[in-house]
Design a binder for this molecule. Structure first.
Ligand code: BGC
Length: 710
């Protein structure tokens, strides 16, 4: 790969200014085929003869710094007799503010690019143009770029070229593109442009989105355009950016003469609102549009109901996934984080895998998890590892077992288990090594039931017992190693014993459960021996709390399951349909267009719960959709026939909705389940592409592929 090419960089450190590299070449004969193979340390934006090459946004993608993906583009039709290639690079994920880790580990390395153009002439001759010191480099018109702070493009900047510096960086880290590329998707026109009480001009796109915006302006050379972005307005209706923390998230553009159109090239933003800081004329709706940017994954799942609010929640979950599936599963797309937080991905993976086809996406991310896993088997909090070597937290590190298992269940290919099995085992062994107790996970720091509402004042952690949570996850990850090992034909005896011992130890130590989350885990993970009384106790707590939840990142994904598995399906529906704070529909009623990080991201009086941990686009609580697919509509894959090779359809209707329907485009075809009230009857419309077991009102029906009405 890139055999003849050399890594090249600007001769000196350019700070956050982006260097451009150019090379001119001719093609005197008729070209049969020409390709460009390219990658970079940092982000790249490549043009041939003034036109963008390919549609991969934020190339070369986000990976562990132990590898970098190379892309190949067919450039045959872009070539002329005389050609110029220009490649601009930023610090991107490699050395931007986002990657604290790489800034330490690669302090001596500079952003650089490596590329090779291969031309095959019609007469069989070939020509290769590879990066080397003959490529000229200059500071480009992108005089600043950083994911957190935004981009500055200066049309008046005059480039001054010098020879590139060849670097002897290893080429061994270069791999082929593994995941989907990130591309532009929806273009969103402004809903309104208005003046805030402070007198600022703000554009509302009506949708919290990840990507950027494109504007067209008629200006004079040197005129300035500048924008800032926000997710929400404060309660007075003013532009609010405090929740972006240190991320400036601006776009500054210095104009040339005439009508010109621009959109950022090397950064992305998370936003619904854009504040017009500087603009040479009065901005009109037609001058600007937002562009959503995310991985090119295929939508597979749909949910619809008779409730408008619930439908909006379903839509918000989809937008939450779009905005956070940007080559890696990020926690949020706006503030100074935007990282592959493992816990968030673990919580959401099931919903994600029904909503979209994410097999390739997670295969890539889990490869990075494996690469960045510590030598002792621990899993970093964020993957790729942009942070330090903190010991793993329960429910975060467990992404290493939960994600591969879920991808296997949804898509049915053992390959993911084969690839990850060692990583799964290493993680479980790591817990055994790091814990003070053999069968309980003790003596470590965890994120606990992160953002649980029962957190003590001033804390982000809910008050559920951390050792209980950690030990339950220890048991669960061990169980998944057993399951995966069996699929792969491994001897898993020692893990089976370990699992039994952990369960015994948890049962011995934890006889009572205090919080909602502790109850939920005890039920869902088969810790409780007397499930009926634990479920009743959970139900009582929820009832006493006005049919409202208190759970955080750990309890929420399993809350409705724990209830419906124990005959409290109606209470699960009450929580799903609850409109008062705290609830899923509370945020919808407050006008949310994505999923909030915190149940009271915004209080009922319009204030924000916090400045610093208050993202309005955090997909984690969107994990409730897996209950709607799997329990309310009842679509389930069968563990022994994963990937929907066989289906179990067991819907749980309620009188609280007129109808509910779900469909998933599986690897075997479309499966759908809809129920609706028809007079005093409930009708079920079921479509299965494969053999299915349908359970209606406790009655089993074994059916072949087809459409059925019950
Ligand atoms: C992130 C979360 C993450 C958490 C870990 C936050 O800052 O945004 O989503 O899981 O830290 O506790």
């Amino acid at each position: 790969m890139l055999e003849n090419a050399k890594w090249i960089s600007y001769p000196t450190d350019t700070g956050f200014a982006c260097p451009v590299f150019k090379k001119t070449f001719d093609t005197k004969k008729e070209v049969k085929r020409a390709t460009l193979e390219i990658t970079s340390l940092g982000g790249y934006y490549a043009e041939l003869n003034g036109k963008r090459i390919g549609d991969f946004i934020l190339a070369p993608g986000c990976t562990s710094t132990k590898r970098v993906q190379a892309q190949t583009y067919d450039i045959t039709d872009m070539l002329g007799a005389e050609n110029e290639i220009d490649v601009t690079i930023s610090k991107g994920w490699f050395k931007g503010r986002i990657n604290w880790r790489s800034n330490q580990d690669n302090a001596d390395k500079r952003e650089s690019v490596i590329a090779e153009i291969k031309i095959l002439y019609k007469d069989g001759d070939t020509k290769t143009i590879s990066t080397d010191k003959t490529w000229q480099t200059s500071i480009s018109k992108i005089t600043f770029a950083d994911f957190y702070d935004g981009e500055t493009y200066d049309c008046t900047h005059i480039e001054s070229f010098v020879p590139s510096l060849e670097q002897d960086y290893s080429k061994e880290i270069i791999v082929k593109q593994q995941g989907e590329k990130v591309v532009e998707h929806e273009r969103i026109s402004p809903l309104s442009i208005f003046k805030t009480p402070k007198g600022e001009t703000v554009i509302d796109f009506g949708q919290n989105t990840t990507g950027y915006f494109e504007f067209t302006v008629d200006a004079k050379k040197g005129d300035r355009v500048s924008f800032s972005v926000a997710e929400v307005l404060d309660k007075e209706g003013n532009f609010y950016t405090e929740n972006y923390r240190t991320a400036k998230a601006e776009l500054i553009y210095i104009c040339k003469d005439g009508v010109q159109t621009y959109k950022p090239r090397l950064v992305f933003y998370g936003f619904r609102y854009v504040r017009v800081n500087e603009y040479p004329t009065e901005i009109r709706k037609d001058d600007i549009c937002a562009i959503a940017v995310y991985s090119d994954i295929k939508r597979t799942g749909y949910l619809t109901s008779s409730s408008k609010l619930l439908n909006k929640l379903f839509e918000n979950i989809i937008w939450g996934q779009r905005g956070n599936f940007l080559d890696i599963p990020t926690d949020c797309p706006q503030r100074d984080e935007r990282m592959g937080w493992t816990g968030d991905a673990e919580v959401f993976v099931k919903t994600a895998s029904y909503n979209y086809d994410v097999e390739k996406f997670f295969t890539k991310w889990l490869t990075d998890l494996k690469l960045d896993q510590f030598e002792n088997g621990g899993v970093p909090h964020v993957v790729p590892q942009f942070w330090g070597d903190d010991p793993s937290s329960a429910a975060w590190g467990d992404a290493s077992t939960i994600c591969p298992w879920q991808i296997y269940l949804t898509y049915g290919d053992k390959e993911i288990l084969k690839r990850q099995y060692k990583s799964m085992c290493d993680y479980v062994k790591y817990i055994g090594k790091i814990s003070k107790n053999r069968y309980l996970w003790t003596g470590c720091n965890h994120f606990g039931d992160w953002l649980g509402l029962d957190a003590p004042a001033g804390s982000y952690k809910g008050s559920s017992d951390e050792t209980f949570i950690a030990s339950v996850y220890y048991a669960y990850s061990t169980k998944l190693v057993v399951k995966a090992g069996k699929v792969l034909g491994k001897n898993v005896e020692k893990y089976e014993k370990l699992y039994d011992n952990i369960i015994k130890a948890i049962r011995k130590k934890f006889k009572k459960y205090k919080t909602q989350t502790e109850h939920v885990l005890a039920l869902y993970f088969d810790i409780a021996e007397d499930k009926a009384s634990v479920a009743k106790s959970l139900a009582d707590m929820i009832e006493k709390n006005g049919k409202r939840l208190q759970t955080g990142f750990v309890g929420t994904p399993y809350l409705l399951h724990a209830l419906s598995q124990n005959d409290y399906t109606e209470l699960a529906y009450d929580l799903l349909l609850q409109e008062q704070f705290p609830s899923w529909l509370y945020s919808v009623k407050c006008g949310a267009t994505t999923i909030w990080e915190h149940w009271d991201g915004r209080n009922e009086n319009g204030d924000f719960w916090s400045k610093d941990m208050n993202s309005f686009n955090h997909y984690a609580y969107g994990s409730v959709a897996d209950w709607v697919y799997g329990v309310a509509c009842g679509i389930n894959t069968v563990e022994e026939k994963p990937g929907f090779e066989e289906v179990l359809i067991a819907p749980h209707p309620t009188d609280k909705l007129d109808f509910l329907s779900a469909s998933i485009e599986t690897r075997h075809g479309l499966v759908s389940s809809k129920w609706y009230h028809d007079g005093d009857k409930i009708r079920y419309e079921i479509v299965t592409p494969v053999k299915a077991t349908v359970i209606i009102n406790g009655e089993r029906h074994e059916v072949e592929k087809g459409s059925y009405i019950f």
